[in-house]
Design a protein around this ligand. Structure first.
Ligand SMILES: [Zn+2]
Length: 65
């Protein structure tokens, strides 16, 4: 798995990397992240929504509120 940020650079490199890997016979699947997000944000968001009590998740919930 390769993770790239949810911004213009991330989009460009995601497309290039997928194209390169497909060219090597590697099956790829790409996911778009919301603008300005990176994979760490997505993971924290997932745990925050599940009710995790760690500081990071509490901050995520208070930002979303
Ligand atoms: Zn947490």
């Amino acid at each position: 798995m390769v993770t790239l940020d949810g911004d213009e650079a991330g989009r460009i490199h995601r497309a290039k990397l997928a194209e390169y890997l497909e060219g090597k016979g590697v099956k790829t699947r790409t996911y778009e992240l919301p603008e300005g997000f990176d994979i760490a944000d997505r993971l924290v968001e997932k745990y925050a929504k599940a009710g995790c009590g760690c500081r990071q998740c509490q901050q995520m919930r208070s930002r979303a509120a």
